[in-house]
Design a binder for this molecule. Structure first.
Ligand SMILES: [Zn+2]
Length: 55
């Protein structure tokens, strides 16, 4: 989801960040290491949206 209306969402309060962290933790708990690294990649990529000043 893009959130263009009403300013920026911080990474700390972003539901997508939280969801990705939750998914990664769940994958870690179940020993699904390939999903853990998938989530890490997705989270890293997604976090760039928070830090990209052009957005
Ligand atoms: Zn986020």
């Amino acid at each position: 989801m893009t959130n263009k209306a009403g300013g920026k969402t911080t990474a700390q309060h972003c539901t997508e960040c939280n969801q990705l962290r939750h998914d990664r933790e769940a994958a870690r708990q179940s020993g699904d290491l390939s999903k853990v690294s998938d989530c890490t990649v997705l989270l890293t990529r997604h976090k760039q949206e928070h830090t990209d000043p052009s957005r």
